[in-house]
Design a protein around this ligand. Sequence first.
Ligand code: FES
Ligand SMILES: [Fe+2]
Length: 371
Amino acid sequence: MTPSLKKIIQSYDPGTTLAEASTIPAPWYTDERVYDLEMQTVFARSWQMVCRVDQVSKPGQYVTTEIAGEPIVVVRGNDDLLRAFFNVCRHHAAAVMTEPEGTANQLRCPYHGWTYSLAGELKGTPDFTGVCDFDRSANSLLPVAIDVWEQWVFVRVEGNDTLESFLGADLIDQTGSLGFASLHWMERRHYAFDCNWKVFVDNYLDGGYHVPHLHKGLDSVLDYRNYMIENGERFCLQWSPMVSEGAEEQTGAVRQGDRALYYWIYPNFMINWYQGAMDTNLVVARGVDKTEVIFDFYFPDISAAARERNRLSIEVGQRIQDEDVSICKSVQRGLSSRAYNAGRLSVRREAGEHLFHRLLYGDLNASLGTT
Ligand code: FES
Ligand SMILES: [Fe+2]
């Protein structure tokens, strides 16, 4: 008999200490019902990074995306305000904007040609005379909450909290001195993982546990024994002093400075900061066992002179991802095995995962209500 969704969610005990804790149970990674519930709760109710500010810096620039299954368009208006809308035409529900990004002077639906202003107001409705009680002003695109933090635009499909309170003062303070604003975006890469999105996040949050085993190059520049894990309310900072002695050549050339900082922000956004290089990871759930991770690479100097060094830095990042692809697939397969339900956590290393699992439990369990 298939256990109920409630039973699956409540089989995790969020009340245990790290030393007593187990991971969330395997069905959380394999059951479509858990995946659907995450879409409606974890993803619909959290602030989600949708694009960089530089992608929508001029009036008419727009980006489309999907969050929690909802088509979304972000667009800067002629009044210079940034807005987000459900990218769903009020006529018969087609997506109004169909390109991933671009510039437009109005938002025109490709289906029957309805047009909306950059502020979302319905302007043009071809062949619509004679329609009774049709109030054009009541047929604007529906707005979605939007805000900006540092270089990134976030939207939230449902809920009331501000981006500031979602991120929390602690995270905003800590990162304020890192100089994100002085870094320039250079390149985006997409990575496909054959695993549930949480497998990727767990792998990220294991406090460097897998680094000496899977990432020899990265391991050679990190001081593994002094790798630190600090949980915030809804984020985890993992950081490591860096060493230059004995560094593997390729990695050592582009991973320098005295420390590496790895910020994870619940549920699916990461900022990896080194002196002279930063990348962000957006983990996009594409199905219960399919995940896309979008990497954006940033550098202080993206001029032609710095291009080669930056490219080498990106290649080092690429190698680390390639090393993670097969282990994530292997974990996903094991999670479906009858031999596995949950595992224990390392007190030294896996506090971040413990936080992640408890936050997930909070969101999923709250949404079960009394049913
Ligand atoms: S669905 Fe958009 S104009 Fe008809
Ligand atoms: Fe890894």
